[in-house]
Design a protein around this ligand. Sequence first.
Ligand code: HEC
Ligand code: HEC
Ligand code: HEC
Ligand code: HEC
Length: 466
Amino acid sequence: MPLQKHKRRLRRNGLLHPPAWAPWRHTGAARRRPRLSIACAALWAAVAACAGGAAAWADVPTVLATGDLRGEIKPCGCSPEGQFGGLPRLLTFVQQTRGASPQPVLVNLGNNFPAPSDQGRLKVELTQTVLRALPPDAILPGPNELALGAEALDAALPYVASNDRVGRVFRPRVQVRRAGRTIGIYGYLSPSLVYQGSQTRFALEPVTPAWLQRLRAESDAAGDELRLLLFRGNDEELAILADAQVFTRIVGGNPFDDELHQVLTRQVGAQTVAQVPTKGQGVLRMPLGVGPAQVEWLGERYADHPRAVAAMSVYDEQVKQLFFRQMEQLQRAQSAAVFAGVATCEPCHKPIVQLWSASGHARAHAVLVGAGKQFDPECLACHVVGLGSGGYINQTVTPQLANVQCENCHGPGIAHNGNPAAVKPRPAVPAAQNPLRPGEATCRTCHRGSHSPKFDFPTYWAKIKH
Ligand code: HEC
Ligand code: HEC
Ligand code: HEC
Ligand code: HEC
């Protein structure tokens, strides 16, 4: 295989770091840099001054990029393999690195908010509280931020979208000074990713040569020596922005939400653009100039920052209040119960009930209590029977439906209990999708992603076979 092709393939698979590219190829101010060093070499008398200059150039500012939280404010604790990320560790990491000299440039690629819901709104509040404590130098708004309406964005945070024509919510650029350099931070959020409807607070426009030219002129006028672009969009847009050679470096948001198969680079033409890990599991670290990007995974060695922990417990209390409010409504709305609970199966299926009692499924509610998450509907969904569909309400009203039970896999059992020979339980996942009856597809409604990274049907089924 020709070397270039081989390298391309390695890069596609994320095995090669992005190629280094020199800042002076992209910015007018930095282009003078090689000439400066030649002049220095010729001037013996100016050795000291030159050494100072060379040292300054060696100190390329470091960029730390995060984002793509997608509502994952803290690892769920379901399985040791999935335990990366979370706002409390991020705050610890950032406070540790903030002390470094020169101070790194901290950016956030957005898409931090969860899908819209009452609980989602509480998460938005928590997320922005922690972002204010960091705080990043610039944040690119993502589609998740805008799904809740621009009103949800905290005006105190530096949301940057340079391709917004209105300028009421987003800043066109942010300028910072690091390592003796003036750095312009720009943001591009593709209009193709956002439903703009008839709102008037922002208007994202697609990349065009005229827009790039204007940005370049404004950046020169503002005295930027280096330019960093925060990008979220499609391949065509990225290719245009990369080819324009306006930016010293581009860093991308992550288009994928599969945290077990992180895709950390994106190939456009001859260039590789690094993108932040998804679900906030790590921080991308790279020089604003030549050099590869690396990921610092936010594992257990980063303690939870007390300030974020305090914000988390406010959140947990709010979620608990919300839970009780919602459950009252649910109770009123509920007509007839459909789930019977495992105790009612016992008289006729004793051996199976005994096997089940010894399995992890019979402890699924207890582990939530252990984690202090027994009031969080997002967790209960997979740890009890029929939450939100005529099943579990809470420990006072429906204690018999706590844990993962027979009816999670076999479907509601009240009708079968009354007339077992005539009425069979209906599997939770229809037979057509489930050749093994309540088999693999049923398991995967809960054993998915970071909730069960090692899930393998034959191995897991062997442990609970009946
Ligand atoms: C999509 C379904 C799903 C959701 C949502 C979910 N879990 Fe789990 N959880 C699982 C599964 C499946 C396992 C078993 C993992 C395994 O053993 O492979 C598990 C295991 C656990 C365990 C470990 C149990 C043990 O015996 O060690 C804890 C603790 C836990 N979950 C807590 C939570 C918390 C807290 C939340 C909410 C933030 C949550 N889970 C949300 C499916 C889920
Ligand atoms: C009064 C006794 C009785 C009770 C109570 C009972 N079952 Fe059954 N169950 C049976 C009998 C008998 C069969 C076999 C029916 C047949 O194959 O004709 C059966 C069959 C099943 C089957 C196999 C269905 C199939 O498609 O072949 C499942 C699954 C099942 N029961 C689950 C449950 C669950 C879950 C509960 C509790 C919610 C429960 N049963 C309660 C007697 C009972
Ligand atoms: C985690 C999912 C799960 C849970 C929980 C579960 N089952 Fe099953 N059960 C299955 C699967 C899958 C099969 C089918 C196995 C096969 O066909 O090879 C099965 C088979 C059965 C059968 C035999 C059906 C037949 O015709 O052979 C009965 C009866 C049954 N389960 C009852 C129960 C009872 C009672 C409970 C609760 C104590 C229970 N199951 C809990 C997944 C589950
Ligand atoms: C309704 C959600 C749900 C479904 C459906 C489900 N599980 Fe689970 N499972 C869980 C949760 C939650 C746990 C963690 C409970 C614990 O271990 O404390 C778990 C734990 C387990 C464990 C224990 C893991 C261990 O380390 O011992 C096994 C095995 C397992 N599940 C197998 C299965 C299989 C096989 C299926 C499908 C036939 C299935 N589960 C379907 C939620 C589910």
